[in-house]
Ligand binder design. Structure first.
Ligand SMILES: Cc1ncc(COP(=O)(O)O)c(C=O)c1O
Length: 387
């Protein structure tokens, strides 16, 4: 039995997505910029995908720029706005301390080129306090970037309130919604943001496909330059099959979101309660609500997270110690550290993220395997009492 509880790292492509992609790959091979029949056919498939994303986000299709994924969407948002607003003298950028590396490392790169940057703290539950943003905003702030849902702990930020504060000071607001799109309702107008990133492979679409929603009228400089693709905002021949896959995944999300979210939160809660009641010395990291329905992050006293991950993998269960990008290093999670958790919790925590294919049987199997695995790891590291 192999169980996959790592859907925040990536999700499997579902059969309708794979079928639509295969068809696009074999039949819609034209260059979407070509005037002839083949080109127009490819363009029609892209238009369809753009409309499907528009429906998912309650946005105009013309406001959607296709990218190679969440990382590129975040880069385009931050670099694009920073550069466009540079002549206005707005050279200050703000992001939360618990952003994905796609935002944090981009901010560092811009800091090296002379932009002033501020990282907002989060409280012990993983939430950015509006007062913290208010205190950091200046008349020079160009853009504020705060993620909608966190990839490690799943907590949801008060985006509307934060965006309002940014707007009062004339700054733009970007949200990385890579971990919330298709898990909870995402309405760009209701969130009050100016830019929003998403990535197909987090909701049963293919890897290497994503989008940046840019509110009409927002100033942004393209950073991939070349042809006039994507209304001059992102040059390069579009990857039609991958974007068709993104569109179908978005369409299916619109149809299934409410039902999936209800089922997943029940499953996640059963898993969480099961762990807390069967294994002593465990605690949930981050606030439990508001949180995306599929994610939990739990610390295990006296157990090193990497060892637990490997021991569970040997039992056929895939979990994660945080963001996939930082696994392989023994760096404690920057998210848990920012929340002020003590070292023994930042290094002893695993993330369980469920997806549409997971079942009650899988959760029960996990709950039956976990206690002896934890017990064994604890016995290996326990210091023998002195005589
Ligand atoms: C919150 C967040 N932002 C951005 C990304 C990067 O997206 P992609 O893998 O499509 O580049 C991820 C992926 O882990 C993520 O979780």
């Amino acid at each position: 039995m192999r169980i996959y509880f790592d859907h925040n790292a990536t999700t499997p492509v579902t059969p309708p997505v794979a079928e639509a992609m295969t068809q696009a790959l074999l039949e819609d091979f034209g260059n979407a910029s070509s005037v002839h029949h083949f080109g127009q056919r490819a363009k029609a498939r892209l238009d369809e995908a753009r409309s499907d994303i528009g429906r998912l986000l309650h946005a105009e299709p013309s406001e959607i720029v296709f990218t190679s994924g969440g990382t590129e969407a975040d880069n385009l948002a931050l670099r694009g706005v920073a550069e466009a607003l540079e002549p206005t003298g707005r050279r200050h950028l703000i992001a939360s301390a618990i952003e994905h590396e796609a935002v944090l490392v981009t901010l560092k790169a811009l800091a090296r080129r002379g932009w002033k940057t501020t990282l907002l703290p989060v409280d012990a539950t993983g939430i950015v306090r509006p007062e913290a943003l208010e205190a950091s905003l200046t008349d020079q702030t160009a853009i504020v970037s705060v993620m909608h849902a966190n990839n490690e702990i799943g907590t949801i930020q008060p985006i509307l309130e934060l965006a309002r504060l940014a707007h009062v000071r004339g700054a733009l607001f970007h949200t990385d919604a890579v971990q919330s799109v298709a898990k909870i309702p995402v309405d760009v107008r209701a969130l009050g943001v100016d830019l929003l990133s998403l990535s197909a492979h987090k909701f049963n679409g293919p890897k290497g496909a994503g989008a940046l929603w840019i509110k009409r009228g927002t100033r942004l400089t393209a950073h991939m330059t070349g042809g006039k693709h994507e209304r001059n905002r992102r040059a390069g021949t579009e990857n039609v099959p991958a974007l068709v896959g993104l569109g179908v995944a978005a369409r299916l999300a619109v149809e299934k979101l409410a039902a999936d979210a209800g089922r997943l939160s029940q499953l996640r809660d059963r898993l969480e309660e099961g762990v807390l009641s069967r294994v002593a010395g465990t605690a949930v990291n981050g606030v439990r609500e508001p949180r995306v329905p599929n994610t939990t992050n739990i610390s295990f006293d006296g157990v090193e997270a990497e060892s637990l991950l490997i021991a569970l993998d040997l039992e056929g269960i895939a979990v994660s110690t945080g963001s996939a990008c930082s696994s392989g290093t023994l760096e404690p999670s920057h998210v848990l550290r920012a929340m002020g958790l003590p070292a023994h919790r930042t290094q002893n925590s695993i993330r369980l993220s469920l997806g549409a294919g997971n079942t009650v049987e899988e959760v029960e199997f996990f709950l039956s395997k976990l206690p002896p695995v934890v017990e064994k790891l604890r016995s290996l590291t326990r210091v023998p009492a002195r005589a």
